[in-house]
Design a protein around this ligand. Structure first.
Ligand SMILES: Cc1cc2nc3c(=O)[nH]c(=O)nc-3n(C[C@H](O)[C@H](O)[C@H](O)COP(=O)(O)O)c2cc1C
Length: 164
């Protein structure tokens, strides 16, 4: 089983910490969007796409990569998404939605999405030392690892040869 995690984390490394926690469980490499060779992605059983939220959107570096992905209609590609943001996740501002739909349009089966708060130091918040200090915390990172473990089991079951 091969796993890859692609992560755009440009502010405080919050999303990268979540990615690292997932990567430990999956035995995955964590790479930046620019480091991805789009033609080599077929070798992975599951690919995570993660980003901090910046001005109410996923980072353009991740979008640019997703746009460049070739469409694959083999029905064999699986993905998950993950985010950190300064504000709580809201149904109306579900950053996973547009990215998940774009990945689905590229032929990915998007299995699930993970989110947690991240310390936010944008603009004047920096003067206050940021909000959500210490996030992602140990609990967030444990939940990220548990999320990855659940996905790993799902993929393992899906890949297992049929019982005779
Ligand atoms: C330039 C900038 C814009 C941001 N815009 C938003 C936003 O629109 N909504 C939100 O909830 N958080 C926003 N944040 C907070 C980040 O989403 C949060 O700090 C996130 O954990 C950053 O992840 P990173 O450290 O991996 O870059 C913004 C942060 C920065 C630096």
């Amino acid at each position: 089983m091969k796993f890859l995690i692609i992560c755009a984390s440009v502010s405080n490394g919050n999303t990268r910490r979540v990615a690292d926690s997932m990567a430990e469980v999956l035995g995955a490499d964590v790479v930046t969007p620019e480091a991805v060779d789009v033609d080599s992605l077929g070798q992975y059983d599951l690919i995570g796409f993660g980003s901090g939220v910046y001005f109410m959107a996923v980072h353009p570096r991740l979008w640019n990569l997703v746009r460049r992905l070739p469409v694959d209609d083999t029905g064999t590609r699986r993905a998950f998404t993950f985010f950190t943001s300064g504000a709580r996740r809201m149904r109306l501002l579900d950053y996973g939605g547009p990215l998940g739909r774009k990945l689905a349009a590229k032929g990915f089966d998007v299995l699930d999405s993970f989110w947690c708060l991240g310390c936010d130091t944008v603009g004047p918040l920096k003067l206050l030392g940021g909000v959500n200090k210490g996030r992602p915390n140990e609990t967030d990172l444990e939940q990220a690892a548990e999320f990855a473990e659940r996905l790993r089991r799902r993929v393992e079951i899906a890949q297992a040869p049929p019982m005779l």
